[in-house]
Design a protein around this ligand. Structure first.
Ligand code: DX5
Ligand code: ZN
Length: 220
């Protein structure tokens, strides 16, 4: 049994001069999650939002599940500020050198769900031993840092591998994809086991966002 499909519009593709309005556009589509990309200019060659952004969105009334993707070299420095700022889930990359298991446990102690993320160049085996202590695995389908890049179809076998481990071990974590996701690539990822779909460019460009969100929610 697959988990129901969830759409997480990515704020990165919203209007950075009016993030509150973009969060509202995402909410009004019916998408239950909002994906918030945190980039530190070190782990990825770009900068985005500090904890004040989710905190301000909460104050402005945003009630979505905040799916917070930390693309940072030192996650331990940021998990508490983002948890306090209203994050519901904090995802950390496997690639930097820190005590992953301890950081994931700390995220849960802070009252959030925790996720582990793999870059396209990182094999699934890198996270195999952590699958029992996460609420979500995020398989990047582009090299992180920028929106609007083409979907990496060569990530489908990685999704299938993680999904297979999930089934074999009876685990319940969500399997998320991020990067170049539109209705066509989402369908391919769904067939490979994904249940949680980040969409930036394709969502904010869609003329009919309610239909977009409904189509994702009803993926077979
Ligand atoms: C990329 C970010 C993504 C980004 C996806 O580094 O992690 O969340 O917003 O954007 P699209 O959907 O445009 O590829
Ligand atoms: Zn992201």
């Amino acid at each position: 049994m697959s988990l129901p499909a969830i759409l997480a519009p990515s704020l990165l593709a919203g209007d950075h001069a009016n993030l509150g309005a973009s969060a509202l556009v995402a909410a009004n589509s019916g998408a239950p999650w909002l994906h918030i990309d945190i980039m530190d200019g070190h782990f990825v060659p770009n900068l985005t939002f500090g904890p004040e952004v989710p905190a301000a969105l909460r104050r402005a009334g945003a009630t979505q599940f905040f799916d917070t993707h930390l693309m940072v070299e030192n996650p331990d420095a940021f998990i508490e500020p983002f948890a306090k700022a209203g994050a519901n889930l904090l995802s950390v990359h496997i690639e930097p050198n820190y005590d992953h298991r301890r950081t994931l446990a700390r995220i849960r102690e802070l009252g959030c769900q925790c996720g582990i993320v793999l870059n396209p160049g990182t094999p699934a085996a890198a996270i195999e031993s952590l699958l029992d202590c996460v609420d979500l695995v995020l398989v990047m389908t582009v090299q992180p840092g920028f929106g609007g890049q083409p979907f990496r179809r060569d990530m489908l076998p990685k999704l299938q591998q993680v999904d297979q481990w999930r089934r074999e071990r009876g685990l319940k974590f969500r399997l998320e994809v991020d990067g170049g996701i539109d209705l066509a690539s989402a369908l391919e990822c769904r067939s490979a086991g994904a249940d949680t779909f980040v969409a930036g460019t394709s969502f904010f460009r869609a003329a009919d966002k309610i239909t977009f969100a409904k189509t994702i929610a009803q993926l077979p």
